[in-house]
Design a protein around this ligand. Sequence first.
Ligand code: CP
Length: 315
Amino acid sequence: MKQFLTLDDLPDLDRAINEGIALKKEPYKWEALGKQKTLGMLFFNPSLRTRLSTQKAAQQLGIKTMIMNFSNEAWALEYEDGTQMSGLRSEHIREAAAVISQYCDVVAIRAFASLTDKEKDEQELVLSSFIKYATIPVINMESATAHPLQALADAITLKERQQNKRPKIVLTWAPHPKALPHAVGNSFARMIQKIEADFVIAQPEGYELNPEITGNTPLVYNQEKAFQGADFVYAKNWCSYSDYGKILKTDDEWMVTAEKMKLTNKAKFMHCLPIRRNIVAEDAVLDSPNSLVIEQANNRTFAAQVVLKKILEHG
Ligand code: CP
């Protein structure tokens, strides 16, 4: 695998899931593979899980890591060509990406959506500029429109926990006080479309995800109806896509509660974290034995390990 920008870069999702499960049993089996290799991890936004799990995945493969927070440590980057750089931006992406390529064998990047300019966000300016000017493989650690490492970890979690061949999986919008990007919802939807499942997305009117991503997935506007018979409930907030970046209303009644979970088929509860307790989901849901949120976070390591391994194997 040459790069990992979306789940579509994985040659075979089912195989990758099984590799993740195998790596969990023998995390150091491929420790020699990354000897004398360096992963650069560039953060334009905060992270707990992505940073630590990807670093751990690298360590288990024998890869050294270099981490930089671009929000406060690096020079501010200019992305436009031909511009006279008289403003606050001190370094052009052309040099930055080329220089990082001298120090690292692989570069992983986190750069969220601005949520102010849909067109620019969909162009993935930061990620696509690194792809253009770096001479090493690029990994997406959550971009404006996709979070494929999270989706692969979620796929591993679903495979480990599913009890029937075709589970009912509900992706439900949940309230949040801040406008959040669509990346997790997008990648989760893309991933579920690649596995065997009855999949529905529940959201209030106006919060539909990009129709190019949801495709033929049934959209339900009644959360309680969607929950009926569900085997998995995946909660996530995202801002409006059609009225881009806006919170239309908080819709507190969309919080996932223990009472609503009773409508399901004893569903497992999933969320990518971080989660705002008693806003997105009640304490009783998060603290229930049916909550998989910590398992999902643990599986982030093995998802990242599969991706790094495939990139190193490509050479
Ligand atoms: N789920 C996830 O990506 O967590 P972080 O933002 O903490 O990395």
